[in-house]
Ligand binder design. Structure first.
Ligand SMILES: Cc1cc2nc3c(=O)[nH]c(=O)nc-3n(C[C@H](O)[C@H](O)[C@H](O)COP(=O)(O)OP(=O)(O)OC[C@H]3O[C@@H](n4cnc5c(N)ncnc54)[C@H](O)[C@@H]3O)c2cc1C
Length: 507
C-alpha cells in the first residue's frame, strides 16, 4: 500500500545545495536521509573545474553521531576514506618550547562527592602531586602508547566509554557521501553557477543560473560554495565579522607526505614561529599543513619550515590557502542557509569546521522552514549558531594567549592581546580557584578547557574550597586507584595499527 501524500500547503518542495565539498555532500546526505525524496526534490550543484578545498581531515567525536544517523557502517567508512582513529590532539611547543601535552577526547578521572575531578587534581597538585594529567585519561594514555580500540561492554570500566573520532581523506569522504546521496534520490548537477536571481518583491533567491544558461529554481537554497559564499555573500551581501585581531593566522600551506611507520591515533599540532603545523595520519599518507599569519612570516619561509618538518617524502607541492577568520553576520538570510566555509572560518586547531557543518545541519532540521520562512525560527538559528562560533573562537584564542613563548613577534602579539569578553570571564573564574563552567551548550567541556589550561601551565591561585570535602590523603589514595585502573585498561588495548588491520584496512 502506498503512503498517503504529504500535503502541508507551504511545504518546501525543492532544495538546491550549491557546492559539493564536504559541507555540500554532508548536507545532501542528511537531507536525503531525513526528508527523503517524497518530501522535496534535492539538487546539488558542483563544479569539478572549481574543485573543493580538499583539506579538513581531522574530526571530533560528534562525527560519529552524524555517521550513525546516516546509518553508515563504521568499518566500511574508515576503509573507504583511508581513515584512522583519533583519541585527541597532541600540542607540541605551545606553552613554551619543549612542552608537550594531549588534549584528549572523553573525560579525566572521576568526579567525586559531586565535585569535579580537576578540582581534586588541583588540590593534590598543591600537596605535591606530580603525575601527568594524561595518566587520568584512557584516551590520552592510549594516544601516547599508540593504542586503540572501540568501547566494549565492561560495566563501569573506562573501556566501556572510549571517546574517539577519525582522520580521513576529505575528498574520499565527499565521494562516499555522494554515492550515498545519489542512491537516495539527490540529483547532482555538474557546472558553474554564473548568476543568481533575486525575487524583486522580497530579495529572496529565486534561481541560480548555470553558465550554459540553465535556470535552477528552488524554495530553499543551501550555500556550500566555500569561502566565496556565492549566495550568502555575493548575492545577498550578508556581511562578515572579521576576527583576525584574536586569531591572526590568515594562510595555510597544505602538503601530504609519505608515512614513516604506523598511523598515530592522534592529530599533532606543533607551534611554529608564526603559527602552527598540523600532522594528520591516514592509512595511505600523512596530511600536513602550516597555518600562519602572513603579517609575521613570508610564504617562502613558511613553505621551507613545513617541508623541513615532514615525516616522509612530500607527495605534492605545498598548496596555498588564504582565509579571513570570522563569521557571516547571518548564517541564514532569507531563503539561504550557509554551511561550511561559506558560513565562516576558524582555523583547524581543534578540528571544529566539519563539526560546525554537522551542527548547522542538525539545527536546520530542528528549525526546518516552510515557504513562509517565519523570522522567529531564522533569528533563533542565527543566534545559536553564532553563540557556538563564539564559544569555539574563545577556546581557540585560549591556546595562543596562554603561551609563555616570547621568541617571535607573532607570539608576543598573541600572548599580550586583549581577549574576547567571554574568555576574560573564564580566566577570572579559573585563575581564582580553578573553576570552569560550560556555557550553555558549548562544544568544549571542562575537561577540554582544563586540558589546555593545565597543558600550557596556567594554574589557579588556589584549589576549589569544596574539594576539601576529602582529605589530602584520601584524594591521593583515590587518584592512585584511578591511575591503576587506567593502566590496567591500557594493557588490554591493541595497537592502533593492529586494530585497523583487523577491522578496517583500506585496500
Ligand atoms: C587549511 C585548512 C585546514 C582544515 N582542516 C580541517 C580539519 O582538520 N578538520 C575540519 O573539521 N575542518 C578542517 N577544515 C575545514 C574543512 O576543510 C571545511 O570545513 C570542509 O572541507 C567544508 O568545505 P566546504 O564544503 O564548505 O567548501 P569547499 O570544499 O571549498 O567546497 C566548495 C564547493 O562549491 C563549489 N562551487 C564554488 N563555486 C561554485 C560555482 N560558481 N558553481 C558551482 N559550484 C561552485 C565547488 O566546486 C565545491 O564543490 C580546514 C580548512 C582549511 C582551509
Amino acid at each position: 500500500m502506498s503512503a498517503p501524500p504529504i500535503d502541508h500547503p507551504d511545504r518546501i518542495r525543492s532544495v538546491v545545495i550549491v557546492g559539493g565539498g564536504t559541507a555540500g555532500w554532508m548536507t545532501a546526505a542528511a537531507l536525503a536521509k531525513i526528508l527523503g525524496p517524497r518530501y522535496a526534490d534535492i539538487t546539488l550543484i558542483e563544479s569539478e573545474e572549481i574543485g573543493t578545498v580538499g583539506v579538513g581531515e581531522a574530526t571530533i567525536p560528534q562525527i560519529r553521531l552524524f555517521n550513525d544517523m546516516l546509518g553508515l557502517d563504521e568499518n566500511d567508512f574508515v576503509r573507504r576514506t583511508q581513515g584512522s582513529f583519533k583519541l585527541g590532539i597532541e600540542f607540541v611547543d605551545w606553552g613554551k618550547k619543549g612542552d608537550r601535552y594531549i588534549h584528549p577526547f572523553g573525560r579525566y578521572g572521576l568526579d567525586m562527592e559531586g565535585v569535579s575531578f580537576h578540582a581534586f587534581y588541583l588540590k593534590a597538585r598543591a600537596a605535591g602531586e606530580t603525575h601527568d594529567l594524561a595518566d587520568y585519561s584512557l584516551e590520552a594514555s592510549a594516544a601516547r602508547a599508540g593504542r586503540f580500540m572501540r568501547a566494549i561492554q565492561a560495566g563501569n570500566s573506562p573501556l566501556s566509554k572510549i571517546a574517539y573520532a577519525f582522520h580521513f581523506d576529505a575528498g574520499l569522504y565527499a565521494r562516499y557521501l555522494r554515492e550515498y546521496s545519489e542512491a537516495r534520490g539527490v540529483v547532482r548537477c555538474e557546472g558553474k553557477v554564473a548568476d543568481v536571481t533575486l525575487r524583486p518583491a522580497d530579495g529572496f533567491v529565486e534561481a541560480v543560473v548555470m553558465d550554459d544558461g540553465t535556470r535552477i529554481e528552488a524554495d530553499l537554497f543551501i550555500d556550500c560554495s566555500g569561502f566565496r559564499g556565492l549566495l550568502i555573500e555575493q548575492a545577498l551581501g550578508t556581511g562578515y565579522d572579521d576576527w583576525s585581531k584574536w586569531l591572526p593566522c590568515d594562510r595555510a600551506l597544505a602538503v601530504p607526505c609519505e608515512s614513516a611507520g604506523p598511523p598515530t591515533p592522534f592529530t599533532r599540532s606543533t607551534a611554529r614561529t608564526a603559527g602552527w603545523q598540523w600532522r594528520i595520519p591516514l592509512q595511505h599518507r600523512i596530511g600536513n599543513g602550516y597555518v600562519y599569519s602572513s603579517g609575521y612570516i613570508s610564504d617562502e619561509e613558511a613553505a621551507t619550515t613545513l617541508l623541513a618538518n615532514l615525516d616522509g617524502k612530500a607527495l605534492a607541492d605545498p598548496r596555498p590557502l588564504k582565509f579571513v577568520t570570522g563569521r557571516r553576520r547571518k548564517f541564514w538570510n532569507r531563503n539561504v542557509v550557509a554551511l561550511g566555509l561559506a558560513s565562516g572560518f576558524m582555523e583547524p586547531l581543534e578540528s571544529t569546521s566539519i563539526h560546525l557543518v554537522q551542527a548547522g545541519i542538525a539545527k536546520l532540521m530542528v528549525m526546518f522552514p516552510d515557504r513562509r520562512f517565519a523570522s522567529a525560527g531564522i533569528d533563533r538559528y542565527n543566534r545559536i549558531v553564532g553563540e557556538e562560533y563564539e564559544r569555539i573562537r574563545d577556546f581557540l584564542v585560549l591556546h595562543y594567549n596562554t603561551t609563555t613563548r616570547d621568541d617571535s613577534p607573532f607570539w608576543d602579539y598573541v600572548r599580550t592581546m586583549e581577549v574576547p569578553d567571554g574568555l576574560a570571564e573564564k580566566y577570572a573564574l579559573y585563575r581564582d580557584n580553578g573553576r570552569i563552567f560550560r556555557e550553555n551548550d558549548e562544544l568544549f567541556s571542562d575537561t577540554s578547557w582544563f586540558a589546555v589550561m593545565a597543558g600550557q601551565n596556567l594554574w589557579p591561585a588556589t584549589h576549589d574550597p569544596v574539594a576539601d570535602v576529602l582529605s589530602d590523603q584520601e584524594v591521593a589514595r583515590r587518584l592512585g586507584n584511578m591511575r591503576g585502573v587506567y593502566r590496567t585498561c591500557l594493557d588490554q588495548m591493541p595497537s592502533h595499527a593492529d586494530f585497523i588491520a583487523a577491522h578496517c584496512a583500506a585496500n
